[in-house]
Structures are given as C-alpha cells and as structure tokens.
Ligand binder design. Structure first.
Ligand SMILES: Cc1cc2nc3c(=O)[nH]c(=O)nc-3n(C[C@H](O)[C@H](O)[C@H](O)COP(=O)(O)O)c2cc1C
Length: 188
C-alpha cells in the first residue's frame, strides 16, 4: 500500500470560489495522487482547474470543522500560485495535475509537486490529533458504517483524547462527537 499524507486540500472552481476539503494525498512514485469520490466539489474543481494546494496542519479543528460543515478557514495567498493555502499550514505543497485516470466512483488526479514550502515548526506527534483525524473520517462515513462499529472505534479513540489532548484537540473532538450524536439515518 502506498503512503498517504492527510492534508487539507484547496481547489478553485470554475466560478472562482475556493474550496477546502480534508483529503488523503497518495504518494505514488514521482507523483502525488488526489482521489476524490464522486460527486464532490474537489473533483469538479480539479476537472475545471488542474491545480491544488495541500496544507499540512496540526490544528485539527480545521479537519473537524470541514467535515461538520465549517469550511471558511482563513487562507493566505501562495506567492505566484493559485489556489491559496491555509493560514494555519505548517507547510504546504503546490500541485499541478498532469494526468487524470477516469473512474466511475473515484477518479485519480496524478500531480506533479511544484514546490513544498515550510511556514512553522512541527512540534511532534500527538495522539489526540491522530484520534481526531480518525474520528473525522468516521464522521464522513456515518451513513456507510454500522452504528456499533462507530461506537466501538470512538470508545477506543477517546482514550488518546482523554490522555493527550490540548484545548484545540478537545474542541475538535467535541464538535465531531456532537455530529455523531446528532446523526439520524434516513428511514427507508
Ligand atoms: C482525514 C480525511 C481524509 C479524507 N480523504 C478523502 C479522500 O482521499 N477522498 C475523498 O473523496 N474524500 C476524502 N475525505 C472525505 C472528504 O473530506 C469529504 O467527503 C469532503 O466533503 C469531500 O467532498 P467535497 O470536495 O465536496 O467537499 C477525507 C476526510 C478526512 C477527514
């Protein structure tokens, strides 16, 4: 399996609007691959404008916020490059799509990494941050996974949050838990 870097991806649509989405960036040889599911704004944007900016962050409130409906996080222009990066980015990568593999469910956009720029120090791994990222992925799969599996995974992830979270991680966790607790599946 290839290495996947979790990031927040900025893309720009045909309407000129900037869009943020947490995405896994897949390392594949000399390329980094963006694989958005259909339908998604990220996919439509990449089909319209073949450029993306990956922001690598440690403020997991942004990831939690994006999957809970808050996508208006502060951006900074990247000099000479569009789309902009997250203002909170520790580093960002500027990606140009050079090849596109069609797929009915999950097309793959092969990107050339034009530049990687560092902005702030990385202060080490934090288990609560990793737990928030995992819980955010569960939130995007609420309609796909059985409730018992979600409950079991959350119970395990909560251990790391209880032991190692700072205020930002706790805020992100609480947002995700509210989303999970409020979730009601559509009745058939
Ligand atoms: C850590 C993380 C990684 C994700 N990776 C992907 C991915 O690789 N592809 C994808 O389609 N969605 C992924 N998602 C879900 C998207 O963020 C989410 O579905 C988003 O709404 C994409 O749709 P949009 O472009 O319409 O916003 C991921 C979510 C999280 C929290």
């Amino acid at each position: 399996m290839p290495m996947i870097h979790e990031c927040v991806m900025t893309t720009v649509g045909a309407n000129g609007l900037t869009h943020l989405a947490p995405l896994g960036l897949i390392e594949q040889g000399e390329f980094w691959v963006i694989a958005p599911f259909r339908p998604s704004t990220t996919l439509a944007n990449l089909e319209s404008q073949p450029f993306a900016t990956a922001s690598f962050i440690d403020d997991v409130r942004i990831i939690a916020g994006c999957v809970c409906g808050r996508g208006d996080w502060p951006l900074e222009p990247a000099p000479g490059w569009s789309p902009p990066r997250l203002a909170a980015a520790l580093s960002h990568a500027e990606l140009e799509v050079v090849r596109n593999e069609a797929d009915p469910q999950r097309p793959r956009f092969f990107c050339h990494v034009k530049k990687i720029v560092a902005h702030r120090p990385f202060l080490g791994f934090n288990r609560a941050q990793a737990a928030v990222v995992e819980a955010a992925i569960l939130v995007t799969r609420l309609g796909l996974l059985p409730p018992e599996k979600i409950a079991a995974e959350i119970a395990y992830l909560k251990i790391a949050v209880d032991k190692t979270a700072g205020p930002a991680e706790r805020e992100a966790w609480d947002l995700l838990m509210a989303k999970i607790n409020d979730y009601r599946p559509l009745q058939p």
